[in-house]
Design a protein around this ligand. Structure first.
Ligand SMILES: *[C@@H]1O[C@H](CO)[C@@H](O)[C@H](O)[C@H]1NC(C)=O
Ligand SMILES: *[C@@H]1O[C@H](CO)[C@@H](O)[C@H](O)[C@H]1NC(C)=O
Ligand SMILES: *[C@@H]1O[C@H](CO)[C@@H](O)[C@H](O)[C@H]1NC(C)=O
Ligand SMILES: *[C@@H]1O[C@H](CO)[C@@H](O)[C@H](O)[C@H]1NC(C)=O
Ligand SMILES: *[C@@H]1O[C@H](CO)[C@@H](O)[C@H](O)[C@H]1NC(C)=O
Ligand SMILES: *[C@@H]1O[C@H](CO)[C@@H](O)[C@H](O)[C@H]1NC(C)=O
Length: 595
């Protein structure tokens, strides 16, 4: 559902209602009736979707809610309409969790109620707001938190007390989508440019506070019944008048001029991205959800990763078999001293349900020294110079080359006929990663050697973005980075057989040479079999987590000692004519020692 459709629908709806009957309005000068004690009653109402993959996170968050000096009730609304297996699974897990919560000493809720909706009373089901308000009346609560189960709250421990402290008649915490599609918990009835600017400032959190919204809030309503007219409007009028048309809380609020706020001072969490087109695809809804979870860890203020979004610890959730997407291996290059990256990725792969192999990287900083170079008979590409920094290759780049090279050898050794994915440990997955990868490689007659999952485009003018293969791929020209690519067995063999160690240059220069799209003809001449069939996802389906020059950028290659030509290396014997190059036997046994 696009934002604009929402707005149009709302305006039509409202016009109809306002003409139908005139209702009471919110009094601007009103203040909440503050009760003497701090002992408030609060209802948390959660709409549970029939998507069992969300439940470990939904219940993980609810477990961590805190309800200090209040009485809290939890209503879980479940839908049994089509009697499908996912419905049955959602009910089963929910009942199990509620039982476990009742026994848990950390249960903050006085009562947990499962509300079952079935097709028998479909009208009631549509009229969720009226039902919830009836419950509020029954339980005589002071506050209502009514939320959608697709949301991710990063600090569930404090959310209720924070929202209570804002003291607004009706508000939503700002929750944002991780993909920059500007999905959030508020919308504007914007007719002008200025409102867009304000929306953006609130969304980007360049302005902090609670903002009165010319539009409304959605997906998370926090209602304060201590305001007399809020109580009157929602609990009396709305509940008692059975003939009132079915409506949502934000529409009712606007009819009665109840001010709606969105608050963004705290970083509350996430909401899944919404569709911009008309296609409804459960697969993509899942990808958007998963993306919120994996992206969260990269949102830390420093280069430190944030702890993962917690899963429920009370019950076991069934897991399906982990995937390699039909490849024989998924390698993840990781330096032993970067355990932080490894832990972040282990969580990410768990969430993406991927089976990977962490492959210990060769540490340019500590492992590579003079005797290592001699043992592997390393020779430098003559006159190699980094085109940007105008410096020779450094130890970090050497370590990186060896890490990839040993993986290619491993692919050959294991005869991985289905190829492999190779990832570096600073990888950041795009929201469409799994979806597009699966779509492309589902075609078994599509032939490829090397497919960049992410890359830096170096020659934009040489690429034809309209000539697509398998919908998402183009033919790349000169490209940098090796943050993520797919390699065939044939390609791994070719890359190893060219003996790149004896004319070494950075690995992201070597790959474009081997699909014959490197601008430096001098370097190209050192390699013969430059026949790789290369493709690239365009746009990329993964990127590095931080780019060079960004505040959080820490490189494992840039910060290492530069190789001194002639001094660090054994004498360079490669001449420009490849045929004169002395061939050196690969010392494979020694190479494997380094793994
Ligand atoms: C739901 O489906 C199951 C089998 O698929 C069936 O046994 C059961 O009676 C159905 N329940 C309802 C309420 O229709
Ligand atoms: C090179 O490193 C290896 C292993 O880290 C070490 O055993 C060796 O002494 C080092 N050699 C030199 C010349 O520093
Ligand atoms: C290719 O690399 C060599 C050696 O670094 C350099 O001298 C030459 O200018 C480069 N050629 C091009 C076209 O960049
Ligand atoms: C699969 O790949 C082959 C070869 O590249 C191509 O001709 C065909 O159109 C592709 N099929 C689909 C469904 O994309
Ligand atoms: C489009 O790409 C294919 C290979 O994917 C290539 O064979 C063909 O020549 C390209 N067509 C044009 C018009 O560039
Ligand atoms: C290099 O290392 C220093 C300190 O060890 C660090 O402050 C700096 O950010 C690093 N630079 C890069 C590009 O990683």
């Amino acid at each position: 559902m696009g934002q604009f459709k929402w707005i149009v629908l709302l305006i039509l709806f409202e016009t109809f209602l306002v003409q139908a009957k005139k209702y009471r309005s919110f009094n601007e000068n009103e203040s909440p009736t503050s009760s003497a004690s701090n002992d408030h009653r609060l209802l948390v109402d959660v709409d549970i979707y029939n998507r069992p993959y969300t439940l470990p996170y939904v219940y993980g968050q609810l477990e961590r809610f805190k309800c200090s000096s209040s009485q809290c009730y939890l209503d879980l609304r479940l839908y049994r309409v089509f009697n499908t297996t996912v419905e049955a699974e959602t009910f089963r897990l929910t009942r199990e969790w509620v039982e476990a919560m009742k026994k848990s000493s950390n249960n903050p809720f006085k009562e947990i109620t499962i509300i079952e909706w079935s097709s028998k009373h479909s009208e009631d089901r549509a009229d969720r707001s009226r039902y919830v308000m009836k419950r509020c009346l029954e339980l005589s609560v002071d506050y209502l938190a009514m939320l959608d189960s697709m949301l991710i709250l990063v600090e569930p421990e404090t959310i209720l007390s924070t929202l209570m402290s804002k003291d607004k008649p009706l508000m939503a915490p700002l929750l944002r989508s991780t993909k920059s599609l500007y999905t959030s918990t508020f919308y504007l009835n914007e007719q002008n440019e200025n409102m867009y600017v304000i929306y953006q400032q609130i969304y980007d959190r360049t302005k902090l506070g609670c903002f009165l919204i010319n539009g409304g809030i959605k997906d998370f309503y926090f209602v304060n019944f201590q305001y007399p007219s809020v109580r009157e409007i929602f609990l009396k009028d709305f509940v008692s008048d059975e003939n009132r048309p079915i409506s949502t809380i934000d529409i009712i609020a606007r009819q009665h001029s109840i001010p709606m706020y969105v608050c963004n001072r705290e970083n509350f969490g996430y909401i899944p991205a919404q569709y911009v087109d008309d296609s409804y695809d459960e697969d993509l809804i899942r990808e958007y959800y998963i993306h919120m979870i994996i992206e969260h860890q990269l949102n830390g203020p420093k280069q430190n990763y944030l702890p993962p979004i917690g899963r429920s610890s009370l019950i076991e959730f069934p897991s399906s078999e982990k995937t390699k997407f039909g490849f024989d291996e998924i390698y993840v290059v990781n330096l032993e001293r970067r355990q932080d990256r490894r832990q972040r990725l282990a969580e990410t792969f768990e969430t993406l349900n991927m089976k990977v192999r962490f492959f210990e990287a060769v540490d340019g900083k500590y492992t590579i020294n003079q005797s290592y170079l001699e043992k592997h008979k390393v020779r430098l590409m003559p006159n190699y110079e980094d085109p940007y920094n105008l410096r020779p290759m450094n130890y970090g780049e050497l370590g990186c080359f060896f890490s990839h090279y040993f993986i290619w050898q491993d692919i050959v050794k294991n005869n991985y006929v289905n190829g492999a994915i190779i990832l570096e440990d600073d990888v950041r997955f795009d929201v469409y990663f799994r979806h597009r990868l699966e779509k492309v490689f589902a075609n078994k007659s599509f032939e490829w050697d090397l497919v960049y999952l992410g890359r830096k485009i170096m020659r934009q003018n040489e690429e034809d973005y309209d000539n697509r293969t398998e919908t998402y791929l183009i033919e790349p020209s000169y490209s940098h980075w090796t943050v993520g690519y797919v390699l065939s067995l044939r390609a791994a063999k070719i890359l190893v057989e060219e003996n790149p160690i004896e004319k070494i240059l950075p690995v992201d220069e070597y790959l474009p040479i081997m699909f014959d799209h490197h601008p430096n003809k001098t370097w190209k001449k050192f390699f013969n079999n430059r026949i790789l069939k290369a493709f690239a996802f365009h746009p990329s389906i993964l990127t590095p987590s931080h780019y060079f020059g960004e505040p959080n950028y820490i490189s494992d290659t840039e910060n290492t000692t530069v190789l001194e030509k002639g001094t660090e290396f054994t004498p360079n014997t490669i001449s420009l004519d490849v045929t004169e190059t002395k061939t050196v036997d690969e010392d494979n046994s020694a190479a494997k020692d380094e793994l």
